[in-house]
Design a protein around this ligand. Structure first.
Ligand SMILES: Nc1ncnc2c1ncn2[C@@H]1O[C@H](COP(=O)(O)OP(=O)(O)O)[C@@H](O)[C@H]1O
Ligand SMILES: [Mg+2]
Length: 373
C-alpha cells in the first residue's frame, strides 16, 4: 500500500502513553481515527482516541482483531515486543517496520547500526558474564557505563562504574542480561535531532536541540541547540542517514553526546516521536506528531522549518504538577498535559513550551529563557 490513507481511515497505535496521545491528536486533525492497543485501561492515548483495545502484547487473538480493525499500525514506544509486529505485519502495513523496532530495542544492534550509518559511537563491548565484564573494563577503562541491552529508559537499567569494586554489584543488579559496557563520555552537552521519513523516502529533519537531564529524566530541551555550525549539520545529517538506512517510515530521534572539541558521538536511536521533539508542537508549522501521522498515513511530509525558537520543560511528578497553574500565566508558554491521574515521583505528566522570537536563544541566558517555567 503506498497511496495515502483516505480521511476517516484508522491508524492503530501500539502503546497508550503520551506519545501515542499526541500522535492521535495530530492524526485527528488530519481526519483520521486512532485505535490504541495497550495493556493499561484509561491510558493517555485512549482518552483521545476513537477506539481502544486493552490487552497484553502477547495476546495473539486480540492482536489479530486489532489488525482487522485498522488500516495501518504504528507504535509509540520501542519496548513493544517485536513478536507483536511479527503477528501484525502479514495482516496490515506496520510503519515503522519490525526491523527498525528490533534494532532500536537492543543497544548492541543499535550501536553497530549507528556506526554503519556513519554516526561514530564511543567504544563499547558486549558483556555476557562477569569474566567478560572484567575483560571489557580492562580494555575500555574506568569510568564506564554498564547498561542492560534491552528495556532501559530514563536512565533505568544502567550503572556508572568508577572503581574496580563497583563491578560485582552492578553485574548482580542489572537485569535482564546480556549487558553492554560503554566508555564514559565526558560530554560538554547532550544533543538530539528528530527526522521524519515518508513512504516515498523523502526526509524532513528538524533543527538539533540541546537536552538537559535531572535525575536521568529529560528536564529541558533548548531549540535550537547553541552549537558550532559543523556539529549542528552533523547531527542533522546523522539522523537523516539513520532514517534512510533503517528504511524508516515515521519519525525517529537520535541522541548524541557533544564533546568539548565539537565531535559528536551517537548514543541512542528512538524509532518514534521523542520527548526532545515536543518543542516542535509550538515552534514549527508541522510538529513531530503531525509528521509521524502524515508519514504513517502515506501523506507527504510538511516542512520541518522552525518559526520560533523554543524551550521545552517537562512537568515531572508532583513537583512538575505544582508548576500548574503558574506556568499558565505566561502568554508565551503553551501547556500540554497527558491526562495521567496520579503524579507519581518521576512520572512525566506533561510539558510546556515557551516560544521566543527566532534567533533569541543565542542572545539570552538560560536563566532568562527559562524564567517562570
Ligand atoms: N556512555 C556514557 N557516558 C556518559 N554518560 C552517559 C553514557 N551513557 C548514558 N549516559 C547518561 O545517561 C543518560 C541516559 O542514558 P541513555 O543511554 O540515553 O539511556 P535511556 O535514555 O534509555 O535511559 C544519558 O542521557 C546520559 O546523560
Ligand atoms: Mg536516552
Amino acid at each position: 500500500m503506498s497511496a495515502p490513507l483516505p480521511p476517516n481511515s484508522t491508524i492503530g497505535i501500539l502503546g497508550g502513553g503520551q506519545l501515542g496521545r499526541m500522535t492521535a491528536l495530530a492524526a485527528a486533525a488530519l481526519g483520521y481515527r486512532c485505535h490504541i492497543y495497550a495493556p493499561e485501561a484509561d491510558s493517555p492515548g485512549m482518552q483521545v482516541s476513537a477506539a481502544a483495545t486493552v490487552a497484553a502484547y502477547d495476546d495473539a487473538e486480540a492482536l489479530k482483531r486489532f489488525a482487522a480493525s485498522v488500516d495501518v499500525v504504528t507504535f509509540e514506544f520501542e519496548n513493544v515486543p517485536a513478536a507483536c509486529l511479527d503477528i501484525l505485519a502479514p495482516l496490515v502495513p506496520c510503519r515503522p517496520g519490525v526491523q527498525a523496532l528490533r534494532i532500536c530495542q537492543d543497544r548492541l544492534l543499535e550501536k553497530k547500526f549507528l556506526a554503519e550509518a556513519g554516526v561514530p559511537v564511543a567504544p563499547w563491548r558486549a558483556v555476557t558474564s562477569e569474566a567478560e565484564l572484567e575483560a571489557a573494563v580492562a580494555e575500555i577503562g574506568l569510568p564506564a557505563v554498564l547498561k542492560t541491552t534491552r528495556m532501559g529508559y530514563d536512565g533505568r537499567g544502567q550503572a556508572v562504574l568508577r572503581k574496580p569494586e563497583d563491578l560485582a554489584a552492578a553485574w548482580a543488579r542489572l537485569d535482564p542480561k546480556p549487558l553492554i559496557l560503554e566508555a564514559f563520555v565526558p560530554f560538554a552537552a547532550e544533543i538530539s535531532a528528530v527526522a521524519a521519513r515518508a513512504v516515498d523516502g523523502s526526509v524532513a529533519v528538524y533543527d538539533a536541540v540541546e537536552n538537559r537531564h535531572t535525575h536521568h529524566i529529560l528536564d529541558y530541551s533548548f531549540a535550537p541547540a547553541r552549537l558550532p555550525q559543523a556539529a549542528a549539520l552533523a547531527a542533522k545529517a546523522g539522523v537523516a542517514s539513520v532514517a534512510e538506512k533503517l528504511d524508516l517510515v515515521g519519525v525517529l530521534a537520535v541522541e548524541f553526546f557533544l564533546l568539548a572539541d565539537g565531535t559528536l558521538l551517537g548514543n541512542e536511536i528512538a524509532p518514534r516521536p521523542h520527548n526532545s521533539g515536543h518543542w516542535t508542537m509550538d515552534a514549527c508549522a508541522f510538529s513531530q506528531f503531525a509528521q509521524h501521522a502524515r508519514a504513517v498515513a502515506g501523506l507527504p511530509l510538511g516542512t520541518p522549518e522552525r518559526h520560533h525558537d523554543a524551550v521545552m520543560k517537562n512537568l515531572v511528578g508532583p513537583e512538575g504538577m505544582k508548576r500548574w497553574p503558574s506556568v499558565m500565566e505566561h502568554p508565551d508558554v503553551a501547556l500540554h498535559l497527558y491526562g495521567k491521574a496520579s503524579a507519581r515521583e518521576g512520572r512525566k505528566m506533561g510539558h510546556v513550551n515557551r516560544v521566543l522570537p527566532l534567533g533569541s536563544l543565542a542572545t539570552m541566558s538560560d536563566e532568562e529563557i527559562c524564567r517562570g517555567i
